[in-house]
Design a protein around this ligand. Structure first.
Ligand SMILES: [Fe+2]
Length: 240
């Protein structure tokens, strides 16, 4: 599904397996990168989605992860085996992926499956940049949902700015996966201090969400109220 020129969504509950979080295909010359890559269960369908868009999955040389949870990186070992794709993620979430920790990766906790140890190829950290056909990407370290959670910001060649938020927006909160509400609030402050035209996050359909600044500010204002981490105060209204 085309989100913006040279940026496609290839995984998510409405596009692949119900376990899969959003994953994105970023053509880059003769290569292509993924941001997140879904689960083992979704792998075959994600590959078919990439092919249906006219791309050879063998072009996928790199997978950049928003964080180390099963629904975002569980399929990375299959991409490595089939296409020699490398996996890059933040240092604070890397050990649980490399060790196949079924709790911290949420594999057992949320999906009832065993995680497998997945080799990683490098780290991403705050301020890292890379370029694809769509434009220039910058990594933001936004811990809170997990210690190594990151967002990716695209300055698109068409002049617009897109936030890929992973689970930093709308993600679940649990101490078993290292969530920290205080740290998460700081990350939301960081996001609301920046400008985005659109955003997209880990568990949403194939659509760009516009009016990003107002919506993200609204989310940040409703964060960590009552017993649900995203409960909205009664006097506020959602900008749907
Ligand atoms: Fe997550």
């Amino acid at each position: 599904m085309l989100l913006l020129p040279d940026l496609y969504q290839v995984a998510g509950p409405s596009l692949s397996h119900s376990f899969d979080a959003s994953a994105y295909l970023l053509p880059c010359g003769d290569e292509a990168y993924l941001i997140d890559c879904g689960t083992r269960e979704g792998f075959e369908l994600i590959v078919r989605n990439i092919e249906a868009l006219g791309f050879n999955p063998g072009r996928v040389t790199r997978i950049y992860a928003t964080h180390g949870h099963y629904d975002h990186v569980g399929g990375a070992a299959l991409f490595r085996r089939q296409y020699a794709s490398g996996l890059f993620l933040h240092a604070l979430d890397a050990p649980q992926v490399e060790n196949g920790d079924s709790v911290k990766t949420t594999a057992a906790l949320l999906y009832g499956v065993e995680a497998e140890p997945i080799k990683t190829d490098g780290r991403i950290s705050e301020g890292d940049t890379f370029t694809t056909d769509a434009g220039r990407w910058t990594v933001l370290h936004t811990p809170g949902h997990s210690p190594g959670s990151c967002c990716f910001v695209l300055e698109h060649v068409n002049g617009t700015r897109l936030l890929i938020a992973g689970d930093t927006l709308h993600g679940g909160c649990h101490e078993a996966i290292g969530s920290d509400i205080g740290i998460w609030k700081e990350s939301l402050k960081k996001l609301t201090s920046l400008h985005f035209d659109y955003y997209h996050f880990g568990h949403v359909g194939a659509q760009l969400l516009c009016d990003a600044d107002r919506r993200i500010a609204s989310l940040a204002a409703s964060f960590a109220n009552y017993y649900s981490p995203w409960f909205k105060d009664f006097y506020r209204s959602y900008p749907y």
